[in-house]
Design a binder for this molecule. Structure first.
Ligand code: SF4
Length: 489
């Protein structure tokens, strides 16, 4: 079908909007223009190859990356690709993480693997994006050693994916587009969600905290918050689509909104989000202890929708090490905060992240951390051996801790964490709690897997038709960090 538009003839499919011959300047209209253009490229290539084109998004790293991958998938789907989990796909995109040096090694490993597939299927295309691509040394290495890669972009211009995809189709050479920073936030682009009933929502991007071991502020840029009205509109749309649980995402949600033209606190945003009908559960991630306000504790305590779970990264229990980490709180301040939260919200589950082996850490420092674990009684803790991250201040600190010493401290900490976490989880035995049914258990298909408000998992017999519903489950048997139960009558 042909249409006349601005005096020019363009070709469109029946029922589709006519395409302008020049891309609009404003977003997101510009990206929708390129999505349409991509559709034509995808269609032509699939005709040439004689099969529908497939695409696979492989995600490394955190929840922010997982959410970015849903956005990439949304654009790929709109452009006409069939999504698959297999790296055999016609187009594979690796959404990378660079938190640890070994995360980079994993990506290089995948590239070696995909290169062998590309030798057999020369039409196959490969793209790289995410945090690792913000490092100039990585780009240099890919340009020299992985020349088969078709497209590279970073964290700041992910919204331009459709435009870059088009450039990839229209160029024989590697397309590289990395921005150093941005203050641009583009709303209303397509998203393909992994779960129909729950969704992550970015409320902010970047981080201003510069913890001395962390690369995130360098690769994700300065903190920028989305406008509350955009966030709330997205939540309303999700609720209308049947989403019952949302997870508000940011590197430090507790400082949300402070740089907005009309500043608003995270607690105020939660209050507004709670009003939206259809949303039954609200989670958020991640909270920096230095910015966690009394206002937030009050909003959580009085809410029926905000989940009884707070992830509050401790990182170390030694004030001296916390200072070297640039965390800007002391052991005593952390303990006082945890105590305040537990006394105001007694049924809360507190989880944390801890690093062992930070430069200069002694046995006595590890004992301080263990002391905090004993006092706070975390419901779970993710413990990490310090990994020297090139490009961060901590990487050049003197007194790097020998691996064996760090490992010994790590083992002592881990057994303490396991002991307290087990006791914490066991206290729920025999209770009946509401669980959001997420999926059929991957090991035993007669069981469903549900998540309690406090983020603990329960497996119980039931019909897959319950997936996406919130049901009451009796917690019968504690198996360490999860429960086996049955649906309450
Ligand atoms: S708060 Fe610290 S650890 Fe978290 S992203 Fe920012 S710099 Fe990294």
């Amino acid at each position: 079908m042909e249409d006349r538009f601005d005096g020019k003839v363009t070709r469109t499919a029946p029922g589709e909007a006519p395409m302008q011959d020049r891309p609009p300047q404003e977003e997101p209209a510009r990206q929708y223009y390129f999505i349409e253009k991509c559709r034509q490229h995808v269609l032509e290539e699939s005709r040439r190859l004689g099969h529908p084109l497939t695409a696979s998004v492989v995600t490394f790293g955190c929840q922010m990356n997982a959410r970015d991958s849903e956005k990439l998938s949304g654009i790929l789907e709109r452009a006409g690709y069939a999504l698959t989990d297999s790296e055999e796909a016609d187009f594979v995109i690796y959404n990378t993480c660079t938190v640890r040096d070994n995360a980079n090694q994993r990506v290089y490993g995948r590239l070696g693997f995909v290169h062998s597939m590309k030798k057999k299927n020369p039409h196959k295309r490969v793209a790289l994006c995410g945090c690792m691509m913000q490092e100039p040394s990585v780009i240099e290495k890919i340009k020299t050693s992985y020349r088969f890669v078709n497209l590279i972009f970073g964290t700041h211009n992910i919204f331009k994916f459709a435009e870059l995809l088009c450039a990839m189709y229209e160029n024989d050479r590697m397309v590289i587009d990395i921005w150093k920073d941005t203050d641009q936030i583009v709303e209303e682009l397509p998203v393909s969600r992994k779960y129909p009933f729950k969704s992550g929502i970015n409320i902010m991007f970047g981080c201003d905290n510069f913890c001395s071991y962390c690369i995130v502020p360098y690769v994700r840029g300065r903190e920028r918050s989305r406008r509350p009205e955009d966030i709330l509109r997205e939540i309303r749309t999700l609720a209308a689509q049947g989403v019952v649980e949302i997870m508000l995402l940011g590197q430090n949600v507790n400082s949300y909104g402070r740089h907005l033209e009309r500043p608003i606190s995270f607690a105020q945003l939660l209050r507004e989000a709670e009003q939206i009908d259809g949303i039954e559960r609200i989670r958020f991630m991640t909270s920096h202890p230095k910015d966690l306000s009394d206002e937030l504790i009050e909003v959580m305590a009085s809410s029926d929708k905000i989940c009884r779970h707070l992830h509050l990264p401790l990182q170390s229990g030694s004030t001296r090490i916390l200072q070297a980490m640039n965390r800007r709180y002391t052991k005593e301040q952390y303990l006082a905060l945890a105590e305040k939260i537990r006394s105001r919200i007694p049924d809360i589950s507190l989880t944390t992240d801890i690093i062992v082996g930070f430069p200069g850490e002694t046995e006595a420092d590890v004992e301080e951390t263990i002391d905090v674990v004993r006092k706070v009684r975390f419901d779970n803790a993710f413990t990490f051996l310090y990994s020297r991250r090139t490009g961060t201040p901590a990487a050049t600190m003197e007194d790097q801790v020998p691996r064996e010493d760090a490992q010994a401290g790590f083992d002592r900490l881990l057994s303490c964490v396991q002991e307290t976490a087990r006791e914490q989880v066991a206290r729920l035995s025999g209770q009946t709690q509401a669980a959001l049914v997420e999926e059929v258990n991957d090991r035993d298909p007669s069981l469903l897997t549900g998540r309690l408000s406090n983020n603990i998992i329960v497996h119980f017999p039931g019909s897959p038709s319950l997936i996406g519903r919130i049901v009451n489950v009796e917690l019968l048997e504690n198996r360490g960090f999860y429960f086996v139960g049955r649906m309450a009558p």
